[in-house]
Design a protein around this ligand. Sequence first.
Ligand code: TYD
Length: 133
Amino acid sequence: MISGYKLIEIPSFIDERGGLSFVECGQLLPFAVRRVYWLYDFKKARGGHAHKKLQQFIFCTHGNIDILLDNGRDHNCITLNSPNQGLYIYEPLWREMSRFENDPQLVVLASNLYQEEDYINSYEDFKQWKSHS
Ligand code: TYD
């Protein structure tokens, strides 16, 4: 079991009309959202990087997807398969997304704007960076 992430239940109202889920910054999420992006039409594994500072809250509004999280020594695999559950990543972890089923749609709420310099794109570099940080 590694640390640096948390699965969070997303408040939801589900009735005969359907479902509605919501996220409030400062309530459910301990960071201010500065960027939202979404991933869809998955064809091949994605991710394959770590972030030095970025915090993210990731949820799957449709379908299911596996997310591998690795701290440079150990790893866990999380399945996101419900619009009512999100993955909060608050420490630098290597991540890879795979096993896409039922046309997953992934939404990512991020604590900062896109910054190329926040990315570590090689697993070996990530392990080195972790050992020095
Ligand atoms: P990339 O980080 O490779 O996606 P993933 O790791 O999820 O597979 O992003 C693909 C491209 O999109 C890359 O050129 C950077 C760009 N991009 C932005 O311009 N803004 C963003 O917010 C994100 C997430 C990516």
